[in-house]
Design a protein around this ligand. Structure first.
Ligand code: NDP
Length: 421
């Protein structure tokens, strides 16, 4: 089809997304990979070229916080679509640059600021906490505010096409289309049954991961948010192909989009599994201030504790070889069909070692990188192209579901699953 895709960022998720894009010569014929560390882009390019692809690939440098450099880089390549797999901190600068250069925009995580002490951001944040009732640093309001600009420019922005958010939102749309007349409740379950052998490591960007997990939890019920203390709500669930795991209620971004786009849903919750060692380490690090995003003075330099911690922790992109076990991520959905109660669990199981064998990554990067490619390809080939800013639950789910199966994330629908109380 001859489309051009620009990928920004070249970490764990990007490495998988890029390898999967290289399999899509039916949509793309050119890919450019730009990031802060060009050697990482070159390494992935070599990996793909060694395997063989008909897509032409180039690499280069971009600091996506530098709007002039970013606009110059996008304009020089003139892509149809930009896939942002850098960090959520860069979402708005990349959206601005896409508008300026006339490219569609796709990402996997919603905007949050790098400096949460920035007074201008904090004023807006505190107002939002009061009005909406949840205090996570990230929310969709910043990116939804671009709706009219994208619409007027005839461009599409597809937000959050990872697994969660992303696939979980598509699962919900698919359930609504094929299994339910009305949905009453959705419980999104994210289980990582993998073991990497380290006492403590995060399986995606440590800074983003630890910010998310150490924050208060919240869920959506009867049209409003209910906030909990961090890790306050704990449940055990017996996951197909993984077994029994403890899981904890977290705030998560797809709850916000699903609550808005499916007002009939009375309750939406998100649970993620954590082992005791992870939680103990996180609590100690939090207690001594290592999770703080506020810069501190150290020997004449300003350092941000959580960013320093990141330099000490294993790079998630290197966990693949040593991680064994499986993930199970999906949605338990309850509702009504033809006047009768119905309940399904729609989920994917992914094996860490199988992912490593295929693309050299663990399953968390894999389960995010594949949907990033799927979303970007559907925007590029026109299937999911409509002017404005959208989340993945706002399109026909069928083509997305087909591509998941075809490119490594097959899914299962089980009727009458065990419930989470
Ligand atoms: P990594 O830290 O492994 O990779 C981030 C990449 O972005 C690195 O290559 C980094 O460069 C690059 N980068 C950071 N800042 C800039 C910048 N200013 N300009 C250009 N490049 C930059 O993160 P992950 O791959 O684990 O995560 C990528 C994204 O995926 C994150 O937004 C994360 O939140 C999201 N995610 C979404 C999930 C979902 O299911 N929806 C699940 C997991 C992750 P350098 O190499 O120089 O540091």
């Amino acid at each position: 089809m001859g489309k051009k895709i620009l990928v920004i960022g070249c970490g764990g998720v990007a490495s998988v997304a890029i390898q999967k894009i290289a399999e899509r010569s039916d949509v793309f014929d050119e890919m450019r990979i730009l990031s802060r560390t060009v050697s990482k882009c070159d390494a992935v390019k070599k990996l793909i070229e060694d395997k063989g692809t008909s897509i032409s690939i180039s690499t280069g440098h971009v600091d996506a916080d530098d709007e002039d450099e970013l606009v110059g880089a996008i304009r020089a390549f003139n892509p149809d679509v930009v896939l942002n797999v850098a960090l959520p901190y860069q979402d708005l600068t990349i959206m601005d640059a896409c508008l300026e250069c006339g490219a569609d925009y796709v990402d996997t995580a919603n905007y949050e600021p790098e400096n949460t002490d920035d007074p201008e951001w904090r004023d807006i944040y505190e107002k939002r906490c009061k009005e909406k009732g949840f205090s996570a640093y990230f929310d969709y309001s910043w990116q939804w505010a671009y709706f009219d600009s994208f619409k007027e420019a005839g461009l599409t922005a597809l937000l959050g096409t990872g697994f969660d958010p992303g696939v979980t939102s598509v699962f919900t749309a698919y359930a609504k289309k094929h299994y339910f007349d009305t949905i009453d409740t959705v419980d999104i379950l994210d289980c990582n049954g993998g073991d990497h052998g380290y006492a403590f490591a995060t399986n995606f960007n440590p800074e983003i991961n630890l910010r998310e997990v150490s924050a208060p939890g919240s869920y959506w019920e009867d049209g409003h948010w209910i906030e909990t203390r961090p890790m306050e709500i704990k449940r055990e669930y017996d996951f197909p192909e993984v077994g029994k795991k403890d899981m904890y209620l977290l705030h998560h971004e797809e709850i916000e989009a699903l609550g808005k786009n499916f007002p009939e849903i009375k309750r939406i919750r998100f649970f993620m599994t954590f082992g005791q060692s992870y939680l103990d380490h996180m609590r100690c690090l939090g207690d001594v201030g290592m999770l703080s995003t506020e810069p501190v003075e150290f020997e004449g330099h300003k350092i941000v504790p959580i960013q320093f911690l990141k330099t000490l922790l294993p790079d998630p992109a290197t966990l693949g070889e040593r991680t064994v076990g499986k993930t199970n991520i999906g949605c338990i959905i309850n509702g009504k069909k033809d006047g009768r109660d119905r309940s399904i669990y729609i989920y994917n199981v992914c094996d860490h070692q199988e992912c490593y064998k295929e693309v050299g990554s663990q399953a968390i990067s894999y389960t995010t990188g594949v949907p990033a490619m799927v979303g970007a390809s559907l925007v590029a080939d026109g299937t999911w192209k409509k002017p404005g800013v959208f989340t993945t639950d706002q399109f026909d789910p069928d083509p997305y579901m087909d591509l998941l199966t075809k490119y490594g994330l097959p899914w299962t629908v089980a009727e009458n699953p065990a419930q989470v109380d």
